[in-house]
Design a protein around this ligand. Structure first.
Ligand code: MSP
Length: 488
């Protein structure tokens, strides 16, 4: 039996809908910090939400390994590059496991399946006449793994990495990006949802309108990387290689059949995804992704996360201290998606105590404690109007907010249900003398619904709630379970 009052009937489609979502692939020059965790958790929440709708979800994440900074980091730790990347890739994988990330695949750009597809796409773009050989003279920032303009620098220094870009003079292959200016602008016009939030799309448009320059897509002096087909003394530029991961994981035919629905990316890498990537795909005559969903950046106690300041918080430490769902909750609830925000442990603890321990956790404990007083509860067919209507309304609002990527508002709505449940309980006083089986059954079913709505956000809490409540044919059986969010 899987239905219960308040739960909408699942639409049985003859064939489930496919949904393909990706995170950026992460550089392995460092361990994951909380900023990386944020992008990945947001993608995971959407993947889970779509799974709950019955969609067949492909959820991809992975590591971007063919960068010069990989080589530098390996040298620094005294390992050979292969051993180093293997070790780091494992750290990224286990971090995502710890954060309950439900990815269906993990791609590493040193894998054979990736290298093959990158070279194939290079050939397609070459055959289309969009790659030519030229001389590159200019500045390269290793931190960004990108070519920079003088105007990007402050006193000759990269403002993001505080390092002096290298002046490079070498023979490079170039991609004819300029050729796609008009096609891109038309594409943005025809697809106003291509980049969200919309202000980001406007930035992209005006960037393209100002005129594009062709970009260098190979490095002559770098050894680590994917060789250029037919000229293997050059390696393919790391960004050209990295973007293709989205195809290599599903195969070219897989991508043609169903390109990504959503690429989640941070605001720092929008141009790569919204300008260069679609141009590469247009040139290779492959379909474009449906949407680039962008998140803002957050600071820690008001300060930019940076390796040199040593203020990067390891998400695993937070999980060990507060539990995985507390971290997922805080990040999605505190920072309106798309905007910049701030992380502070003080705010984290405030939300934890107020909204998790005293809010949801306390409500669940009250309900389950009462329920355990009875051997079993009646399996009701309906809920009282206050409860059933608030559930129906919340489900609608959740769907609307999720469509607009208003994740923090979604959580706010769900917490409204907790207050409604608490108020209902207070009005019925089921702790007083007498038989309150019906009321307690209503509250139990209500809690079960909250758990189900919460699953994409707080998967282990949802599972914990579900584990406590067993629905059998005529009755409901309840066990108390563990405290969801112990007070700090
Ligand atoms: N390897 C490239 C992406 C290639 S995708 C084809 C890269 N990697 S990264 O490891 O440097 O960063 C990946 C992403 O982490 C950023 O785009 C961003 O989404 C996220 N974040 C890193 N720091 C962050 C914050 N401080 N705040 C929010 N997100 C942050 O770029």
């Amino acid at each position: 039996m899987n239905g219960w009052p308040g739960k909408p009937e699942t639409v049985k489609l003859s064939k489930s809908k496919k949904f393909y979502i990706t995170t950026p692939i992460y550089y392995v020059n460092d361990r994951p910090h909380i900023g990386h965790a944020y992008t990945t958790i947001a993608a995971d929440m959407l993947a889970r939400y779509h799974r709950l709708q019955g969609d067949e979800v492909t959820f991809l994440t992975g590591t971007d390994e063919n960068a010069q900074k990989t080589v530098d980091a390996a040298a620094k730790s005294g390992e050979n590059v292969k051993a180093y990347t293997d070790r780091l890739a494992d750290i990224w994988k286990s971090t995502w496991d710890k954060l309950d990330i439900s990815n269906t695949d993990f791609i590493r750009t040193t894998e054979e399946r990736h290298i093959r597809v990158v070279q194939e796409i290079w050939k397609r773009i070459w055959d289309n006449g969009d790659i030519y050989k030229g001389k590159y003279e200019g500045l390269y920032c290793n931190g960004h793994e990108a070519f920079m303009k003088e105007t990007d620098l402050v006193d000759g220094i990269c403002p993001d990495h505080k390092t002096k870009p290298e002046w490079i003079v070498e023979e490079n292959y170039f991609f004819n990006l300029k050729k796609y200016e008009k096609d891109l602008l038309k594409f943005y016009e025809d697809n106003p949802d291509f980049v969200t939030p919309v202000n980001r799309l406007n930035e992209v448009k005006s960037f393209v309108q100002q005129g594009l320059e062709n970009i260098s897509v190979s490095r002559e002096k770098q050894k680590w990387g994917i060789p250029v087909p037919s000229d293997p003394k050059h390696v393919i530029y790391v960004w050209f290689d990295a973007l293709i991961n989205y195809i290599s994981a599903v195969g070219i035919d897989g991508w043609i059949e169903h390109p990504a629905d959503i690429h989640t990316v941070g605001k720092d890498i929008i141009r790569f995804h919204a300008v260069i990537w679609p141009a590469m795909l247009l040139s290779a005559k492959l379909p474009l992704p449906r949407q680039i969903m962008t998140n803002g950046f957050f600071t820690i106690d008001g300060i930019k996360i940076s390796k040199s300041l040593g203020n990067a918080i390891d998400p695993v430490e937070l999980v060990d201290k507060y539990g995985v769902d507390a971290l997922r909750y805080f990040l999605l609830r505190e920072i309106p998606y798309g905007e910049d925000g701030d992380f502070s442990e003080t705010k984290f603890r405030e939300r934890y105590n107020g909204e998790l321990a005293n809010g949801l956790g306390n409500f669940a404990a009250r309900v389950l404690t009462l329920a355990c007083k009875y051997d079993n509860l009646p399996r009701l067919l309906n809920l009282p109007t206050v409860l059933s209507e608030s559930l129906a309304k919340t489900r609608q609002l959740v769907a609307r907010h999720m469509d607009r990527f208003k994740f923090h508002e979604t959580l706010e709505e769900i917490w409204e249900l907790v207050s409604i449940g608490d108020a209902y309980m207070d009005s019925q006083k089921p702790w007083e003398k007498g038989d309150h089986r019906n009321t307690v059954a209503e509250l139990t079913i209500f809690l079960l619904n909250i758990g189900e709505i919460l699953e994409p956000f707080l998967p282990s809490t949802a599972e914990e709630i579900e584990k406590c409540i067993t629905l059998t044919d005529p009755v409901i059986k309840v066990q108390k379970g563990k405290i969801l969010f112990p007070r700090l």
